[in-house]
Design a protein around this ligand. Structure first.
Ligand SMILES: Cc1ncc(COP(=O)(O)O)c(C=O)c1O
Length: 392
């Protein structure tokens, strides 16, 4: 069905199955996830994204069930990232207004313009390769806050325009992603801007923690949609690891010792999570990080994510590039037809390829009784690239 190289690494540091360790609560906790749910589910355009069951693909792969949480239409931004950056922007602005007035306004109040003067001197900024920046720009536009987004030389013109359409000032630099992060940080210090990043490092944890809790809204929806079924395996794609950590933590908290096996999937050239598992500590991957899966092209693990994944992820895999376009076409051509972008397919492609490989399937305990959950994290976030790869 699909063919590509998969490399597998057991996680030697994995915590024995049991309840979610209390020591991880400060990184990702149930109360903060509840707060994100209350906030985001009250937004005017909110509706849950579908959880699709794909029985035909499951049968072909020799597994029992296959669920695909389809984020391609999330808030018209076409990726799950809509939940993270925009939520962190709102929380940050609520804190600023609360400091000045003692009241925390809701999104509607910001949208009405009632807080305009109170945030007139606030400028939010970040570096992005696309989806996170779009979410930050969207959040800023709704709240009426100035926003400056840094992109690197390889970010497509379409993605740049999508952020500008939300009113962000977009600064394109000549360097790579890491250079854009550095410049966004330097300029933020120079001009007094606040960085809203989806990755964290020591000393910068609070905002990325809000981002991760924003993602959990999608997981709460999934648990409800699963209606009592508990998957045996989750294949989840990793960039800086924020998404994977949020999935791992939320499902571990929800299902305790019955939690699924967590398999993190990364591009071969950008496997900072797998390399960290091998090293037994967070390590940086250098090089050009080149991959079609633009949202996963990260060389550095988020400091918040790593302790969760170190304790909770069972396996770390990489997926060869050869699987990406065929997996997008496969999802497009079947019934129901699914719009899946380049970074969306890593989890499902790894699940299908691993199931068809007897040695790997045995290692991962994948068989006809397995119930596999994956997330299609984006739709056609760049329609030109999508068209080129899917051929529609
Ligand atoms: C579509 C998509 N999927 C997955 C990811 C990975 O998320 P994280 O960087 O939190 O690991 C990203 C990150 O930008 C993304 O855009």
């Amino acid at each position: 069905m699909l063919h590509a190289k998969l490399s597998h690494q057991d996680n030697a540091g994995v915590h024995p199955a049991g309840t979610y360790p209390a020591s991880l609560d400060a990184l990702f906790g149930q109360q903060a996830a509840e707060a994100a749910w209350r906030e985001i589910s009250s937004w005017p355009d909110y509706s849950p994204t579908p959880l699709l069951e794909l029985p035909e693909l499951a049968t072909e792969a020799g597994i029992g069930r296959l669920w695909y949480k389809d984020e391609s239409q999330r808030f018209s931004l076409r990726s799950f990232k809509a939940l993270g950056g925009a939520y962190a922007v709102l929380r940050l602005l609520q804190d600023i207004v609360a400091d000045r007035t003692g009241k925390r306004p809701d999104l509607e109040t910001f949208r009405s313009g009632a807080c305009a003067e109170l945030i007139a001197d606030t400028v939010i900024s970040c570096a992005t390769d696309g989806n996170h920046g779009r979410s930050v720009a969207w959040g800023c536009q709704q709240c009426g806050c100035r926003c400056v987004i840094y992109i690197h030389r390889d970010v497509s013109a379409y993605r740049e325009q999508a952020m500008a359409a939300f009113g962000a000032e977009v600064v394109r630099i000549d360097g790579n992603y890491d250079d854009s992060v550095r410049l966004a940080d330097e300029d933020a210090k120079r001009y007094g801007r606040i960085i809203v990043s989806d990755t964290s490092y020591p000393g910068y944890m609070d905002i990325p923690r809000d981002v991760m809790h924003g993602y959990s809204v999608m997981l709460r929806e999934a648990v409800q949609q699963l209606a009592g079924e508990i998957p045996t395996h989750v294949f989840i794609q990793g960039g800086v690891g924020g998404l994977a950590a949020s999935v791992c933590a939320y499902f571990w908290q929800t299902w305790g010792a019955q939690r699924p096996r967590f398999i993190v999937v990364e591009p071969e050239q950008a496997n900072c999570l797998q390399q960290s598992a091998r090293a037994g500590e967070a390590v940086v991957v250098h090089g050009d990080l080149e991959t079609l899966m633009a949202g996963l092209a990260c060389g550095e693990v988020s400091a918040l994510a790593w302790p969760i994944l170190e304790a909770g992820a069972d396996d770390f895999m990489t997926l060869g590039e050869a699987a990406v376009a065929p997996a997008m076409r496969l999802l497009h051509d079947r019934e129901p037809s699914i719009e899946a972008g380049e970074s969306a397919v890593a989890g499902i492609a790894a699940a299908l390829i691993a199931s068809a490989d007897p040695a790997l399937a045995q290692r991962l305990q994948l068989d006809s009784r397995s119930r596999v959950f994956v997330i299609g994290t984006e739709g056609a976030t760049d329609p030109e690239v999508y068209q080129e790869l899917v051929g529609t």
